[in-house]
Design a protein around this ligand. Sequence first.
Ligand SMILES: *Cc1c(COP(=O)(O)O)cnc(C)c1O
Length: 432
Amino acid sequence: MQDTRRRVPRTDVVLDDPALAPALERLGRARVKAGVVAALEACRAGRVAPEDVVVAVLDDLPAAPVSLRRVLNATGVVVHTNLGRAPLSPAAVEALALAAGATDVELDLDSGLRGPRGAAALAALAAAVPDAGGVHVVNNGAAALALATCALAAGREVVVSRGELVEIGDGFRIPELMESLGARLREVGTTNRVHLEDYERAVGERTAFVLKVHPSNFRVEGFTSSVPVEALTGLGVPVVADIGSGLLAPHPRLPDEPDAATTLRAGADLVTASGDKLLGGPQAGLLLGGAALVQRLRRHPFARALRVDKLTLAALEATLTGPAPPVAAALASRPDDLLARARRLATAIGGPAEAVASEGRVGGGGAPGVPLPSAAVALPHHLAAPLRHGDPAVVGHVHDGRLLLDLLALPGSDDAALVEGVRRVLAADGGR
Ligand SMILES: *Cc1c(COP(=O)(O)O)cnc(C)c1O
């Protein structure tokens, strides 16, 4: 023991070991040094042999330079808020890495002069929605609504149906956001019903715009009525529609989900939406509408505080112009194909794994109550926690006493990792 302690190497000597050079470059000196200190502590206590210190350091260092853990989304929820909403396409990921360095994001390389920021991403958005005379992008859906409120409705009134005064999640309430920016909300109708006459009575001198909000995370059923955008355009004030999900055009599997093109064609003056829900891109807020109106928003002083960064612009452009993002692929997947895939995975996993039909969902991003036929690998439910603790973590959902690993939201490129992760947990489970 005494001997071992005397042979404990010095911190700087260990840090200089060539085997640690790649880790130093990737994770930084502070993080690696902390690992060395911990390993030397273990060495002093006799738990690690002096010649094994470097290996112990490497074993304990994190694989990634951030504490985020990769998750295999086997929840069946395509746009999962707690898993970061839309996963980006490989093209968008490549764009992010490129944009992280110095680029011509605001430089015209022909003239050598300052150029318009994010022109390509905005052009891609405009091309995707020809009905929009003007487009702008801000930080998120809430920021899009905030900009419209601030620029158009500060000190004035916004007319909105009581059935559309929604809370999105994490305590974010659209009416509170708008009131915090100086707009007064003029509520019309009741929770379940509103008529054109209600709007007509409320619109007046002080009205800045009429707001339509898509209730993206709940559905009111039964004795209900609402007024479509078409009918609101005759009120003589602008109509702003918060469609939420960011669908740019109608989607055949989500017939009740509003989209930007249809909403603009129905006469909305401005449409706001998120970039990281059904569009499948990075967190962003989309503003689409009349050219003059959008220009007014872009030029408003508050717009600068909501400006998106270069990473967002790059990922958005790649999402709009590149291959279909994972969200679109998930929505296009066929239940038969998913079931065949579940059978292959269940066979590869072995043991208690079994392929079953299941139901997925779009998620907080839209289409509440619309089930999406899917397939899953079923496992005993007590495996949920150990699978969540794996790396990558596997997150499924428990249904009828079984853990379902749903394939709807899981890209095919994650299949091998899923099989490996589940087999590891099953082996440990069997070994208990
Ligand atoms: C999601 C959503 C928002 C908020 O968008 P963020 O991008 O999360 O800021 C606002 N309105 C509706 C209708 C939504 O669905």
